[in-house]
Structures are given as structure tokens and as C-alpha cells.
Design a protein around this ligand. Structure first.
Ligand code: ASP
Length: 634
């Protein structure tokens, strides 16, 4: 088959998906990829696809014998330019499913610009193809309308962020990728220096120190849509490089950050609503995407302690309303003795009215649920697992009863009545209590709450009551400053070491770090943490004390962050900020469960780019130039 050159005069009239009945009767030029084909002998029909959508093209042997003959050679994904006349379709051939379904292009000239190998999967929506195959041939995958829509949405969200931030006086300033290590709790990606063999740059885990230095430099409102790099252990929905909206402001209070971000979230949701409306005019979306609904009120705020005690999680999904309650005061010595448990004890209710299914949960179903919760909790909570090993049996104790039934919780009527009243439980609702077995003091007093967070989410899934378009945002505030790392036997920063302790807890910094609260906050959406930030330390003396609390000697602190400690000494304004995960936000707005669906060229869970096969070995010569040598693998 001979290929044609693209004639220099030829221009596309408009995108394939943009033709409408009002264009009928006009000449038109379209260019794109060949999709489905139907050969009826004297008539050949093709779907021609480009970014704007699909248009039906027809070649008629009677009227255009030569192009018709060549059209017989066309296969999927061939690239063509076609000249013809746009016409209305006959009433009986109208396709209501696509926006160009009332028209078609009657071809009279065909230019075959390129052929194509047979794609390993159909270039269309709703395919059932292994993700690896899609990632290996990402260029084909990205041609699919769903993927085009995701990347268009991503572009629009980024555009809106820039417009919004600019309008509020924020400047976008770039910060380096080749830099020193900034700790965000992950491993660094290192880049060897050729000029200084033996020295390495680190790719930034975030621009944290640079944005703080920009505050010292007087750029009082900064933002950046920026790539961050973290060499983390494999987790399902993480990417080694990801994109963040990074924000910092001088003289900031947490409320000022919230007041900046809340309207921004509303406006990106509006962008998504407009996007889906537009997509609906391009292709058939089944079921149609309903507009996102966010309450007009300000986002709820929960302190870390409230979130942990009421939801057992610092990123609760507030679409499901039920809360965990504390029953500590109900744990009498007798009860503790009888069941081998102790406070803290928690309670939870499952309202049968939530159920869409007609039948209330059977005993077997509840027993199965309790087993799943217990197994998941023992597998995912290390402290519970350790207690299990110590006791030689499950460390989590769960009991339940049906309101109005014969059985009561822990054979204790008073406990059952109290819990029922506290939770406003009705007839047939299921009441649960949970506690930890054994007498070993708990390091984590929220351990039973964390177990019940698993129960809560299982029950939420069961109700299927989530309105997919409801976006439940909230701020979680007042985090503890430090976490204790059992392995390293030292305190580690819960956010990062530049987070300011709360003024009231400063005194504990040197004596009891576990009691120090931070001016830190997270933004949570439907159970995912989509952002986090803090008010920062702006005084060098406090920064030194925090480094000390983290177990860093003066010398180590100077070595790692000397430049920063010095910068703090030159008149640093109080400042604070936040960073939001752009990939996750776009994924939620695109109704995708994985961030890989909204990243053009993502990596697998093993941090591999399957298309270009990165990472890959390099030549000895390259290594030599860098002063590096590989150890022979054993
Ligand atoms: N640098 C932090 C992060 O990347 C965000 C912040 O504190 O602004 O998570």
C-alpha cells in the first residue's frame, strides 16, 4: 500500500466530534484515526476518531469508485485525511448514542497518511485489558476517549488553580529538582554528581525548605504546581513521582489557609462539573455523571483527637454518618475480669434502616463480618498483631447484639441500654462493642477505635448508600507533633520537622515530646487525605529544640540543615502553608479509583515505566564518568 503525503493546503475544518446538523450541506476536511468499520459492499462506513470525538464517514463505490477501492485497505488506527461533504443521515440511520449521530461525512477524497500495526487492545472505552498491557502501549491507551477526558480534566483543573491563585496575589515560583535531601518521611532518589564524584543531589520529596526560604525572601504568597519524588516502599496507589499544589504564605494562621483552600476546592469541583457536561456532548457516558455536590457551609473541622475517637481514623469518610463512642466508664472490674478485657472500650451501631437490601443482616452475616474485621485489624495494625502473638489468641474482642433481641452485650443489660441510648439505636439495629484483651498497657489508646474504623468502613460499604457525587471534605487539625518509632527507639516528626509546635505545648518539647501538639492540619476528602500542611517554625531557637527532640545532635542538625538554620536567623516572618495532592484530586473528580488513570505516563507499583522500560542499566562508561562502580551481584 502506498502512503500519501499530507497536501500542504489541507486544513481540518473542525474536530471529528464537533460536527452538528447545522453544518450539513457544507464541504469538510477531517483527519484522525480509523475506528470501527462496516463494509456493506458498495458502501463502506468508518468511525473516524480524534480528540473531539467520533464522526461517521461513508465511501460510496457508485460515486467515488477510486477512494472507495482504497478505503477497503483501511484498518484500525490507520491515520487518514478525508475530504467530503457533510450530510444529514437518513432518519432510520441516526445514532442517538453519539453527538455527531445525526450527520455523516460523504467522502470524496482519501489520503492515507500512515498505516498501523494491529493494536493489542481496542482503542475504545470500557475495555477489559490488563493494566500492564495498557501501560506498555500507553500511546494507544491514551487515545481512548476515557483517557483523553481524564487528561483534559487534569489540564483544566491545573488551569483553574493557576487562575485562582493568581487572582489572590500568589506567585508561581519554580524550585530546583537537583537539590539536597528534605525529609518528608520517605527515602530520597539520589542523582550522582559528575563534577564532584562521590557527591549526590537528592530529588526533592517536596519543595518544603525552598518555599519557607521564599517567605524569608519576602515573596509572601507562593504557590507551585510541582513534581515531588519519594522512594517509598511499594504501596498500591502511590507513585514515585507525583504532583502537588504547593502553597506557602507569610503571617499565616491555619484559618487563613483553610479560607484560601476551601473556595479553591469548590471551584475545581465546578470545573469538573463543566467538564462532565462537555464530555456528555462528546460521547455517551453511561450512566451520565451527575454534578458534584458540596455543601455551601465551611468544611467541618475535627481535631486529631476527635477524629480518632469518633472515627478511629485521622482521615474519616464523613459520607457515612455513624460515629464510634467511648464506653470506658462502663468497664467495671467485674466485666473486665469476666471477659479478660479492659478499657478503653468502644461502641458502634449499625442502623438497619440504612440498608437498601430488604432483609436485615442475618447472624451468619454479622459473624462473618466480625471475623473479617478481626482478621483485617490483626493484619494491618502492628500493635494488635504483637498483642496477639503475646496472648496466643486474637487480641481484639468484639461482641454484638440486636436491639430488642434476647441477647444483650457482654451479658450486661445496663451496658446495652446505655449504648442504645447514647447512639439513638432503634429496634433491629445492631450494637457492637469492642475492646482489647489482656492486661498489657496499650501504647496507642485509640487501638480499639482503629479496629472499629475497619468495622465502620465495612458497614458503610454494605449500605452502598454513598452518593457518588457527594464530596465530604473536612480539616483534621491539632495533630500530635511526634510519633514514637519503636524500631528506631526515638521520636519522629508526624508531619515534618519544620512544623511548629502549638504555643501552649512548647514547654513539653524537652520533657515529654509525646504531649506536644502541632499547628498541623490535613485536608480529607471522602476518606482520602488529599493534602496537609502546617504553620512552620520561624524561630531558630525553636527549630533547634525540635531537631533535638528528634534525636539530632547540634552537629547533625548543622550538617543537614545548617543553611536553613542560618537563613532563619535573618528575620523570618511567621509563615505556614499546605500542599495538596493533585493526582488524587483529579482522580476523584474523574471518578477514577487509581491515580494512574489521570497521569499520562505513570509507573507501576514496582516503580517501573513499562513503556520506556525505566529504570534501566547504564553503560560502564557512564558509571566511570560518575566515579561509580557496581558491585558484582552475588
Ligand atoms: N511539604 C509538605 C508535604 O509535602 C506539605 C506542607 O507542609 O506544606 O507533605
Amino acid at each position: 500500500m502506498t502512503l500519501d503525503h499530507l497536501p500542504s493546503h489541507l486544513r481540518r475544518t473542525r474536530g471529528c466530534g464537533e460536527f452538528r446538523p447545522e453544518h450539513a450541506g457544507t464541504p469538510a476536511v477531517v483527519m484522525g484515526w480509523i475506528g470501527r468499520r462496516r463494509d456493506l459492499g458498495s458502501l463502506i462506513f468508518f468511525d473516524l476518531r480524534d480528540r473531539a470525538g467520533i464522526l461517521q464517514v461513508v465511501f460510496n463505490r457508485e460515486t467515488v469508485p477510486e477512494p472507495h477501492a482504497r478505503a477497503e485497505e483501511l484498518r484500525s488506527e490507520y491515520v487518514v485525511a478525508i475530504e467530503g461533504e457533510l450530510v444529514r443521515r437518513d432518519a432510520e440511520t441516526v445514532n442517538k448514542g453519539i453527538p455527531t449521530g445525526e450527520v455523516e461525512l460523504r467522502a470524496n477524497q482519501l489520503y492515507i497518511l500512515n498505516d498501523a500495526r494491529t493494536p493489542p487492545f481496542p482503542v475504545e472505552d470500557n475495555i477489559n485489558t490488563a493494566e500492564e498491557t495498557r501501560l506498555e502501549r500507553r500511546y494507544l491507551d491514551l487515545r481512548r476517549p476515557e483517557m483523553q477526558s481524564n487528561l483534559i480534566l487534569r489540564h483544566q483543573v491545573a488551569l483553574e488553580i493557576r487562575r485562582y491563585m493568581n487572582e489572590r496575589g500568589f506567585l508561581e515560583i519554580e524550585t530546583p529538582f537537583l537539590t539536597r535531601s528534605t525529609p518528608e518521611g520517605a527515602r530520597d532518589y539520589l542523582v550522582p554528581s559528575r563534577v564532584q564524584p562521590g557527591s549526590f543531589y537528592a530529588l526533592p520529596q517536596s519543595p518544603q525548605l525552598f518555599k519557607q526560604i521564599l517567605m524569608i525572601s519576602g515573596f509572601d504568597k507562593y504557590f507551585q504546581i510541582v513534581r515531588c519524588f519519594r522512594d517509598e516502599d511499594l504501596r498500591a496507589d502511590r507513585q514515585p513521582e507525583f504532583t502537588q499544589l504547593d502553597v506557602e504564605m507569610s503571617f499565616a494562621q491555619p484559618e487563613m489557609v483553610f479560607e484560601l483552600i476551601e473556595p479553591l476546592m469548590r471551584s475545581v469541583c465546578d470545573v469538573a462539573n463543566r467538564h462532565w457536561e462537555m464530555e456528555g456532548t462528546k460521547r455517551e457516558i453511561n450512566p451520565p455523571v451527575q454534578p458534584i455536590r458540596i455543601s455551601e457551609e465551611r468544611f467541618p473541622r475535627l481535631t486529631y483527637e476527635e477524629a480518632m475517637s469518633q472515627y478511629g481514623s485521622d482521615k474519616p469518610d464523613l459520607r457515612y454518618p455513624e460515629k464510634i463512642v467511648s464506653l470506658d466508664s462502663m468497664v467495671s472490674d467485674a466485666l473486665a475480669e469476666e471477659f479478660g478485657i479492659r478499657a478503653p472500650m468502644v461502641g458502634f451501631k449499625f442502623s438497619q434502616q440504612h440498608l437498601r437490601i430488604k432483609e436485615p443482616l442475618s447472624r451468619t452475616a454479622i459473624d462473618r463480618l466480625v471475623t473479617t474485621v478481626s482478621e483485617t485489624a490483626h493484619n494491618s495494625l502492628p500493635e494488635l498483631k504483637a498483642l496477639q502473638a503475646e496472648l496466643g489468641k486474637p487480641a481484639l474482642f468484639i461482641d454484638y447484639c440486636l436491639v430488642g433481641g434476647k441477647k444483650v452485650l457482654l451479658r450486661n443489660e445496663e451496658l446495652t441500654r446505655t449504648l442504645q441510648e447514647q447512639l439513638g439505636a432503634k429496634e433491629k439495629d445492631v450494637l457492637f462493642v469492642g475492646a482489647i484483651r489482656g492486661q498489657t498497657p496499650l501504647r496507642d489508646r485509640y487501638l480499639p477505635n482503629k479496629c472499629f474504623a475497619i468495622l465502620r468502613s465495612q458497614l458503610a460499604d454494605l449500605t452502598k448508600e454513598y452518593d457518588p457525587q457527594r464530596k465530604a471534605f473536612l480539616w483534621v487539625t491539632d495533630f500530635p507533633m511526634f510519633d514514637y518509632d519503636e524500631q528506631e527507639k526515638r521520636y519522629v516528626a508526624m508531619h515534618h520537622p519544620f512544623t511548629s509546635p502549638q504555643d501552649a505545648s512548647l514547654d513539653h518539647l524537652d520533657t515529654d515530646p509525646s504531649a506536644v501538639k502541632a499547628k498541623a492540619y490535613d485536608l480529607v476528602l471522602n476518606g482520602s487525605e488529599i493534602g496537609g500542611g502546617s504553620i512552620r517554625i520561624h524561630r531558630p531557637d525553636i527549630q533547634r529544640r525540635v531537631f533535638r527532640a528528634l534525636g539530632m545532635t547540634e552537629e547533625q542538625a548543622r550538617q543537614r540543615f545548617g543553611f536553613f538554620l542560618e537563613a532563619l536567623e535573618y528575620g523570618t516572618p511567621p509563615h505556614g502553608g499546605v500542599a495538596l495532592g493533585l493526582d488524587r484530586i483529579v482522580a476523584i473528580l474523574a471518578m477514577e479509583s487509581s491515580i494512574r488513570e489521570v497521569i499520562a505516563f505513570p509507573k507501576t507499583a514496582r516503580a517501573v515505566d513499562l513503556m520506556c522500560e525505566a529504570p534501566s542499566p547504564v553503560s560502564r562508561a557512564q558509571l566511570r564518568e560518575l566515579g561509580l562502580e557496581l558491585k558484582e551481584s552475588e
